[in-house]
Design a protein. Sequence first.
Length: 144
Amino acid sequence: MKLRSPSFRNNDFIPRKYTCDDADINPELLISDIPPETKSLVLIVDDPDAPKGNWLHWLVYDIPVTEIIKENSIPGSEGINDYNQRGYGGPCPPKGTHHYHFRLFALDTMLNLGSNRTRDEVENAMSGHILDKAEITGLYSRDA
């Protein structure tokens, strides 16, 4: 499985539009080579460079099999991020350049957890059901 974005290249800077400094909406993501037996997708967006540890920016699960996650969309059930909210919370580093990992998982099942789940709940439910995964990493800095 492959994941890319028309908004930024892997290991390149994420445009301001997708951050807390502007519209704070999710970028478009393009998915290819999805395993044929996939029943749902899970997207986890986090920042391991955050001062308090690996900061969760977006958690979406039970995404129907698709080749595109559109900009400014809600593609599935949203969990609670580390802003203690549902939905996308874009890059917003206090200082320095941070890495934002967009990790996509293909599952052989729907999780059917309902909304407002935590990362631990989703990751526990995913266990034993991951068929494939893909990742794209974006950078963002507010120091410029």
